[in-house]
Design a protein around this ligand. Structure first.
Ligand code: PLP
Length: 855
């Protein structure tokens, strides 16, 4: 069975509001006043016809009423920031995966009970009303959800901050599962308007793309903190043109398309996240999006001298890289600073978070295209590159020339460029006498951006149709190619965005300990040696409000009862107090009861969505995350096929989207749905990755909710296992540091697959799951090399270890006391993975901002 990713987490509950000692209580409206407020909005802020008070209308009126409460706090928040003139953090992200906001907002305001009662007075129920809210899916996966969890923590911890993103009219896409697998349709989250966003007609800037101007208009969404008045903004930019650009005379002359051209060109920038970029048009559109995200914005009131004391900019991956040359441009061209002053300010302002360990996945832009669209920025980037070259030469000038050249080749921002003339003479080599008439010329065979294996943890990962493994294998291999007079093909000039981020920012961080080590030791090793002080780790986290308190009320009630207070929602280290009760029979019984009641909800959800009936006593075996070869849903489904009947009954649930143009991932969806019908059978499958997952955050959500995970030692799994205890985590598979060796073994033809793996492949090929031709999917797991083959993600290698580990999972499940204890210890040990901890670290180590409470 296959269900869309976000919906699974949405549980509804009724919480009786008890007026507390918090600051909010003095403002807290009661059920009666909320009832009249909802009625007021239904009538006086109409977006539906007046006759009836039915569902979508009830949702709108309710949300508008919540917004009133938020607005008071929201305005007060920025009023204070302005008055105190404090330093604020700006989190720039191409993605924010906000999901639904209603229950989160009233939960944070501690008004859930009052709203439930008010709606009851009006003949509705909160659960149904909340389910009317469309999903704000302005993201693809973990990177976007991370940004949203960070906003929740920033507000909750009273840090002065903003989220900056784009307002995609059609989101990423909405997933449909059909008999052919996944189908994408435009997301309609704005179709009937969003009650949360507020357009700021006075916050609008022109954006200049070479030749044409458009304007960006801000739409702000309130982000309330939990049990605090602090309410910060998620500012989403939308693109338009002034009415004057509508060509009235062309329209009247019947040239309708031409008349609307300017509008269409501006608006399409914010249609969808990650538009296809195979075409030149698509590439231009993406670059325009990135620039729109980074283009000059407020801050005009800030004196440039104190910019870094007032503003911290965090770049969530490389998509916002253009904010570096943009800030330089503003400081130099508009404020009249000299280069050094501007550079100093820029560097102290921005910082970069890396989300991917694969060199091939690092974003690169065609120099030519960028120059066409943003010539001034390219000029600035060239100057930054030249400065970098000088710094490298002055630092490593004593090295032998080949070593120095190698450093320059890997570290430069510009790829396939000649050296700037100012250092070129250093490299004039003595002439070699030629005694042959064929010269040997070094052709640096570069991996092409268009051939990249995109394993970026969280962006439009792996959308390419095939995984070009030899591109990875042959990376940086210099081929000695004998050539005759014919010159070698000129490699395309590129701008390496990640290098620009590392050079331009004062801090570079990875998102889990093991990942940050790889960033230092491999991906950016040369930079690490040059500037070790820039490199940091910030292990990801998720907000315990959305991911425990609001999504899992039965579990929350138990935690509150056994730890004595509800403080754990803000101080997750209190979860560790559960450890001492892990063997307590009463706790164990309550724990199992809560799990069972949640599973019953899942059972009816599955019945409604898929028509399947399953039993709540089975083990629920769940993998939810984007569909990607590196996330190895194939390993999971192969394991299911292998186990078929023998073991403890399980309900196996997959959730996730495949990127629209990622053919292999879509085949996996089709395969899962085909196998799916089927094999029936306390939840608990996590990350099946090998050396590719930068962090992973669904693993954190699962652990918090008492799920026991099976996974490899990768990303944040390493730290989760450390925290929950190795006896409470099912570990299998190869480790990150072994991967390269294993791939080499494979390439050398030395790998011998396990018989059980061969059996499963044979079984699939035999047509056991229908007539669809799975040759290409199975083929990706075979061979020793070649495009999209050779099992790049080591499914075959890890298969025996995986199924043997699954036998241990079954054994543990049979002993329900042991299983429940393991489950309790997972929740108890998950406290480190609160995004509150992560945000405190960013605030202190990178942004240098201080919390301030709004009285
Ligand atoms: C948490 C989350 C993710 C990230 O999951 P990973 O396992 O880290 O890939 C992706 N999508 C959604 C909707 C999420 O909530």
């Amino acid at each position: 069975m296959f269900i869309p990713l976000l919906d699974i987490y949405i549980y509804i509950y009724i919480y009786i509001y008890i007026g507390g000692e918090s600051d909010l209580s003095s403002f807290a409206p009661d059920a009666a006043s909320i009832t009249s407020s909802i009625k007021y909005h239904a009538e006086f802020t109409p977006v539906f016809s007046p006759e009836r008070f039915e569902l979508p209308k009830a949702f709108f009126a309710t949300a508008q009423s919540v917004r009133d409460s938020l607005l008071i706090n929201w305005n007060a928040t920025y009023d204070v920031y302005e008055k105190l003139n404090m330093k604020q953090a700006y989190y720039l992200s191409m993605e924010f995966l906000q999901g639904r906001a209603l229950l989160n907002a009233i939960g944070n305001l501690e008004l859930t009970g009052a709203f439930a009662e008010a709606l009851k007075n009006l003949g509705h129920n909160l659960e149904n009303v909340a389910s009317q809210e469309p999903d704000a899916a302005l993201g693809n996966g973990g990177l976007g959800r991370l940004a949203s969890c960070f906003l929740d923590s920033l507000a909750t911890l009273n840090y002065p901050a903003w989220g900056y993103g784009l307002r995609y009219k059609y989101g990423l896409f909405k997933q449909r599962i059909t008999k052919d697998g996944q189908e994408e349709v435009a997301e309609e989250w704005l179709e009937i308007g969003s009650p949360w966003e507020v357009v700021r007609n006075d916050v609008s800037y022109p954006i200049k793309f070479y030749g044409k101007d458009i304007k960006a208009v801000a739409y702000d969404v309130p982000i309330p903190g939990y049990k605090t008045r602090t309410t910060i903004s998620l500012r989403l930019w939308s693109t338009q043109v002034p009415s004057a650009d509508f060509d009235l005379s062309a329209f009247n002359a019947g040239e309708h398309t031409k008349a609307c051209e300017a509008q269409a060109n501006a608006e399409k920038i914010c249609y969808i996240l990650y538009p296809g970029d195979e075409s030149e048009e698509g590439k231009i559109l993406r670059l325009k999006q990135q620039y729109t995200l980074c283009s000059r914005r407020s801050g005009d009131r800030i004196k440039w001298e104190e910019f870094p004391e007032k503003v911290a900019v965090q770049m969530n991956d490389t998509h916002p890289t253009l904010c570096i040359p943009e800030l330089m441009r503003i400081l130099i061209d508009l404020k009249g600073l000299n280069w050094n002053e501007a550079w100093n300010i820029t560097q102290r302002t921005v910082a970069y978070t890396n989300h991917t360990v694969l060199p091939e996945a690092l974003e690169k832009w065609s120099y030519e295209l960028m120059q066409k669209l943003l010539p001034r920025h390219v000029e600035i980037i060239e100057a930054i590159d030249e400065e970098l070259v000088h710094e490298i030469v002055s630092k490593y000038g004593s090295l032998d020339l080949n070593k120095l050249e190698e450093k320059l080749t890997t570290m430069r921002i510009l790829e396939n460029f000649d050296l700037p003339s100012s250092v070129a003479e250093l490299f004039i080599k003595p002439e070699i006498s030629v005694d042959d008439d064929t010269e040997t010329v070094e052709v640096h065979d570069k991996v092409e951006a268009s051939d990249k294996v995109v394993i970026n943890d969280e962006d439009d990962a792996g959308k390419k149709t095939s995984v070009k493994t030899e591109a990875a294998a042959e990376k940086d291999i210099d081929k000695k190619t004998p050539v005759s007079p014919e010159p070698a093909v000129i490699p395309p000039k590129k701008v390496r965005m990640a290098n620009l981020c590392v050079v331009g920012g004062h801090a570079v961080n990875g998102v889990a300990e093991i990942h940050s080590e790889i960033v230092k030791e491999e991906v950016f090793n040369d930079f690490y040696k040059l500037w070790p002080e820039k490199f940091q780790n910030k292990t990801n986290g998720v907000t315990p409000r959305r991911w425990i308190r609001f999504c899992n009320p039965p579990l929350s009630a138990i935690i509150t009862k056994w730890t004595g207070t509800e403080d754990w929602v803000l101080k997750t280290e209190k979860l560790a107090e559960l450890q001492k009760f892990a063997d307590n029979e009463d706790l164990q019984n309550e724990w199992r009861e809560a799990k069972r009641s949640n599973k019953i909800k899942v059972v009816s959800f599955l019945k409604e969505k898929t028509g399947y009936s399953v039993v709540p006593d089975a083990m629920f075996d769940i993998q939810v995350k984007r569909i990607h070869e590196y996330k190895r849903q194939l390993l999971n489904i192969f394991g299911i096929i292998y186990r078929k009947t023998n073991f403890v009954p399980r309900v196996c649930i997959f959730g996730g989207k495949a990127f629209a143009t990622y053919v292999q991932a879509k085949r996996i969806v089709k395969f899962i749905t085909d196998v799916g019908a089927t094999i029936n059978h306390d939840p608990e499958i996590g990350d099946l990755t090998a050396g590719m997952e930068a962090s992973g955050t669904s693993n954190m959500k699962f652990a918090m909710n008492g799920c026991i995970q099976i996974g490899t030692l990768d990303g944040a799994n390493v730290e989760i296992r450390e925290e929950v205890g190795e006896e409470n985590f099912f570990l299998f598979g190869a480790q990150a540091h072994e991967i390269a060796g294993l791939r080499k073994e494979r390439a050398d033809g030395k790998f011998v697959p396990d018989e059980r793996f061969e059996e499963v492949k044979e079984f699939v090929r035999s047509g056991a799951f229908g007539s669809y031709n799975y040759d290409d999917l199975i083929g990706s797991l075979e061979g020793n090399e070649c495009f999209g083959r050779a099992d790049y993600f080591l499914v075959g290698k890890d298969f025996p270890s995986y199924i043997e580990c699954q036998e241990k999972v079954d054994e543990a499940y049979r002993d329900q006391k042991r299983w429940t204890k393991m489950s309790i210890l997972n929740t108890a040990g998950s406290y480190k993975f609160s995004s509150d901890r992560t945000i405190h670290e960013y605030a202190k180590d990178i942004w240098n901002i201080e919390a301030v409470e709004i009285a």
